[in-house]
Design a protein around this ligand. Structure first.
Ligand code: AMP
Length: 171
């Protein structure tokens, strides 16, 4: 997977001082990089009868939609508050300073559906934990969470006890 790592741009001090941002636009813009990324995310779930891939706004939309297409299943967005037009469920989570929340249509997956959550980066795990809560709240059967990048030092997995967590690239 080193050829994927080589295509990710590291941007220091973005969006604020002290953060090293993993910019995947350089990977997505490369034909082989994008294809191999989607293949790597989808491979463990081929034949797992996933009913829906849930992608987290916004880079999770790009990867999640492509993974859903590869798996031959539907795609469902989890969005920032106020963006989804129909009835939603909401989950809040804490950030370093303050809190944020995410929303999902309350009928986005049928009860018992086998769901895979996809996002680009697992950092502290707050975003993923909130997404997992939403999927379960509406009755989804959360099979796994898949990330392109996992930042090991931030221990995001620890916020997802009991869940199956997969990451393509570890840092
Ligand atoms: P967290 O809730 O801390 O796990 O953060 C995960 C979300 O924030 C993901 O949706 C990522 O897109 C974004 N994110 C967090 N840290 C980074 C980083 N160092 N580089 C790029 N994206 C990040």
């Amino acid at each position: 997977m080193d050829h994927l790592k080589a295509k990710i741009r590291h941007v220091p001090d973005f969006p604020k001082p002290g953060i090293l941002f993993y910019d995947i636009t350089t990977l997505l813009g490369d034909a082989r990089g994008f294809r191999d990324t989607v293949d790597a995310l989808a491979a463990p779930y081929m034949g797992e009868d996933i009913d829906a891939v849930v992608g987290i706004e916004s880079r999770g939309f790009i990867l999640g939609a492509a993974v859903a297409n590869a798996l031959g299943c539907g795609f469902v967005p989890i969005r920032k508050p106020g963006k989804l037009p129909s009835r939603t469920v909401k989950a809040s989570y804490s950030l370093e300073y303050g809190a944020d929340s995410l929303e999902m249509h309350d009928d986005a997956v049928a009860p018992g559906s086998r769901v895979l959550i996809v996002d680009d980066v697992l950092a502290t795990g707050g975003t993923a934990e909130a997404a997992a809560r939403l999927v379960k709240q509406i009755g989804g059967d959360l099979r796994a969470l898949a990330f392109l990048i996992e930042l090991n030092v931030l221990k995001g997995r620890d916020r997802l006890p009991g869940e199956t967590v997969y990451s393509v690239l570890q840092y």
